[in-house]
Design a protein around this ligand. Structure first.
Ligand code: CTP
Length: 404
């Protein structure tokens, strides 16, 4: 954190009272902090307080000739190594999502190239509102980092999610953001989403995978400096910035694409929910209902992950296991059977996580020194935060296995 330059945006929420402590602790770690306050923020805490703790007068207005001549807003946007907004109100998030620039803070967010980290804080109903969640999803897709709000008693008297993350957690996230890219110059191949196995021209067999975990993994690997190719089954998701995406349809298509793309891949991460079976025959014409029942003959699809790990040399190979029961046992079995370097297991079928959800939790298993089984639990959080933690662990194990 030493010598880093942080632009701290404070928007108008009660959690603004925590920001002097945040600034003080950042400065103790060697960070230079300049503060931008919205008009609302000045109702909760005085600019003088922030001036005293940061050592600089806070920036308050966009159209202020005196402030502009001293340290203009474009200069400020260029100066920042990161922009942190804490607290970020629902209104502030909405403005960011829509690219508004009607005050100094929102203008700076558009004008800067620095990474943006937000620490939302608001009433729980406002946090859970469809509009707020849609704005957050959009911002995450664009690479904005979130210090997720915590659950507890809120200033408004209600209890629920919406408390600003603890100051220590915000600082920890900031330091992760500034860490050197752990996968610089590495090539990462990711599979994601479901596959579709046609029965006839109008019907197929598929599954409920949304592709969100795989897309988050691809984005996290890209943020960590890797060159990422994403082989994706049919999903409704935008391509993460900087990631090369190849769309495929069936398990066989995905296998063909992986075979082509594997050359020079350092790391292979199989998050796709590949169909294990496909119809033995695909009818050329639509199957008509004639008999009372219709038996379906199915055949196995190629196991892409097992094929990759059997290559010589094989990349660092990561598999996913989605289980409804005995998660740890099945995952360990898969780790050994498919000869993986790491397996990430998640329990599906629980409300609010896994398939079709923005949230997930993972249990990681790998073989450590002396073939000893090691494990790490990554607690329930949004899929992008989870993917970033997973990528950190993959990078760590990869570096151990293939030292430069
Ligand atoms: N996988 C793959 N190709 C397949 C099937 C699965 O690459 N044809 C990958 C998935 O992307 C995932 C892992 O293998 O990383 C899942 O393993 P798998 O044994 O197929 O999981 P399940 O089908 O859930 O296991 P099982 O049928 O043994 O319960």
């Amino acid at each position: 954190m030493q010598n880093k330059q942080l632009l701290l945006g404070i928007s108008g929420g009660i959690a603004a009272y925590k920001t002097p402590d945040l600034v003080r602790r950042l400065r103790e770690q060697g960070v230079t902090v300049r503060v931008v306050m919205t008009q609302g923020a000045t109702q909760f805490i005085t600019p003088l307080t922030l001036q005293a703790v940061s050592g600089h007068p806070p920036h308050l207005a966009l159209l202020d000739a005196e402030a502009e001549s001293a340290f203009g807003h474009i200069e400020l946007a260029r100066w920042a190594d990161a922009v942190l907004i804490a607290p970020a109100t629902a209104h502030c998030l909405a403005k960011l999502a829509h690219g508004l620039a009607d005050d100094l803070l929102s203008t700076l967010c558009l004008a800067t190239r620095a990474p943006l980290l937000v620490a939302p804080a608001m009433n729980q109903q406002m946090w859970q509102a469809t509009a707020t969640q849609a704005n957050c999803r959009l911002l995450r897709e664009r690479g904005v980092r979130f210090c997720e709000p915590t659950t507890g008693a809120l200033a408004c008297g209600e209890t629920g999610p919406g408390r600003m993350a603890e100051v220590a957690d915000i600082i920890a996230q900031l330091s992760t953001l500034w860490r050197a890219p752990v996968l610089a110059r590495r090539r990462v191949l990711v599979t994601a989403g479901p596959t579709r196995e046609d029965l006839d021209p109008v019907r197929f067999i598929s599954n409920r995978s949304s592709g969100r975990m795989g897309y988050a993994v691809a984005q996290a690997a890209q943020e960590a400096g890797a060159e990422v190719v994403l082989v994706s089954g049919p999903v409704h998701l935008p391509t993460p910035t900087g990631v090369r995406r190849l769309d495929v349809y069936s398990a066989q298509d995905m296998f063909n694409a992986v075979q082509q793309q594997l050359v020079n891949a350092d790391i292979f991460i199989a998050t796709a929910a590949v169909a294990d079976y496909r119809p033995a025959q695909t009818a050329d014409e639509k199957i008509k209902k004639t008999a009372h029942s219709l038996p379906l003959a199915l055949e196995r699809t190629p196991d892409i992950l097992a094929w990759v790990s059997a290559q010589s040399p094989a990349p660092f190979t990561v598999g996913f296991a989605a289980e409804t029961q005995q998660v740890a046992e099945y995952a360990q079995d898969k780790l050994a059977r498919k000869k993986l370097d790491l397996i990430a297991a998640n329990q599906v079928g629980l409300p609010g996580q896994g398939f079709d959800s923005d949230y997930n939790a993972l249990q990681l298993f790998w073989k450590g020194a002396d073939e000893q089984l090691e494990q790490q639990s990554l607690a329930l959080t949004d899929k992008l935060s989870l993917a970033r933690r997973l990528i950190q662990q993959i990078a760590h194990l990869y570096a151990q296995k293939s030292p430069e």
